[in-house]
Ligand binder design. Structure first.
Ligand code: VLZ
Length: 137
């Protein structure tokens, strides 16, 4: 049985997000706004099929994938690039490699002590986020 990521999760911490966005060449004013956000993750998981929504007052982002199947990701509204993305299970972690113009780009999700963890990386920058489950949502 793999981890159940289903649910609505509210951000409780966000370390080095600004530098991660800078590594993605996101412009200064957008970074300043985005850095103040406390986004929500809404995850719909059925087996190995996922929809991950990142929701905020400023911008939303949605990605849909099946673990083990490479897909074309269009990071529209973020840094507006195309990536070939692949998510795999590495023990109980969901590991995404986003192949494209940016080196060493990807993210890792896992659940630890009931919290949703996310590490986002690009080039030499790592952003660490933690989300807490919204009960009953
Ligand atoms: O998450 O790649 O959960 O896509 C920030 C949206 C989303 C609001 C950051 C700010 C991307 C927009 C997070 C201003 C630039 C991400 C993956 C893992 C799923």
């Amino acid at each position: 049985m793999s981890t159940d990521f289903n649910g609505t999760w509210n951000m409780v911490s966000n370390d080095n997000f600004e530098a991660y966005m800078a590594a993605l060449d996101i412009d200064f004013p957008t970074r300043k706004i985005a850095n103040l956000l406390k986004p929500q993750k809404v995850i719909e998981q059925k087996g190995d099929s996922f929809i991950v929504k990142t929701l905020s007052t400023f911008r939303n982002y949605r990605v849909q994938f099946t673990v083990g199947e490479e897909f074309e990701e269009d990071t529209k509204g973020l840094d507006n690039r195309k990536c070939k993305s692949l998510v795999t299970w590495v023990s109980n972690k969901l590991v995404c490699v986003q192949k494209g113009e940016k080196e060493n780009r990807g993210w890792t999700h896992w659940v630890e002590d009931g919290d949703l963890h996310l590490e986002l990386h690009c080039s030499d920058q790592v952003c660490k986020q933690v989300y807490r489950k919204v009960p009953g949502a």
